[in-house]
Design a protein around this ligand. Structure first.
Ligand code: ZN
Length: 199
């Protein structure tokens, strides 16, 4: 069975999203055609364009923002002496949702992965060094995942700052190896931060 070209193209667009296979893409495409009216389509396309044009990476921490600095870096009530290092913006969402952590963040937007040809210069580390030199940072908590790449990244950070007067700790993973922060519940996350261990 051959589908109309325009429908096939829409399915192909949805298939570009992570976790969306052919079947799901077909469902999304048919939903778009059958259930969304012109107003919905207009809102959807303008939200896509608006997010893509307005959202930037915070120049300080690498988190997503639509302002000059992200809301966390701007918030002077947060503990400026602790930086929690995570792999991606969604990790910040997960930890913020647990509501316990009151320090700052640094989003690497990746991990060091020699297998994939990703070295220290390919992730957001340069601005972390600027922060630890310029700011009143006393502790760095590393919350990269417990995969070999996450561990390599953690040890690299430890090695760079080891001669500075900064405590480097690793989030207490009572979590299975490779588990993503985003799948941990709020209590587990709070405990993981509380149970951090000196690296
Ligand atoms: Zn920021």
């Amino acid at each position: 069975m051959v589908l109309p070209k325009a429908l096939e193209e829409l399915i192909d667009e949805f298939k570009k999203f992570p976790g969306v296979g052919r079947k799901t893409a077909e469902r999304y495409a048919l939903f778009t055609i059958n259930k969304l009216n012109d107003e919905d389509i207009h809102q959807f396309t303008s939200a896509l364009i608006s997010a893509k044009t307005k959202i930037i990476k915070c120049p300080t921490c690498g988190h997503l923002t639509d302002e000059d600095l992200c809301s966390i870096c701007k918030n002077k009530n947060r503990d400026q002496s602790i930086i929690l290092v995570v792999e991606k913006p969604t990790d910040v969402f997960s930890i913020e949702k647990s509501g316990e952590y009151k320090g700052l963040y640094h989003v690497l937007n990746g991990v060091i992965s020699p297998m994939d040809g990703l070295g220290p210069d390919d992730i957001n580390l340069a601005s972390l060094w600027t922060r630890v030199i310029n700011e009143s940072v006393k502790e760095i908590i590393i919350a990269t995942s417990s995969t070999p790449e996450g561990e390599t990244t953690a040890l690299y950070i430890k090695r760079i700052v080891q001669d500075m007067d900064i405590l480097v700790s690793r989030i207490g993973y009572g979590m299975p190896v490779g588990l993503n922060l985003e799948y941990a519940d709020d209590l587990t996350l709070s405990k993981a931060i509380e149970n951090r261990k000196k690296l």
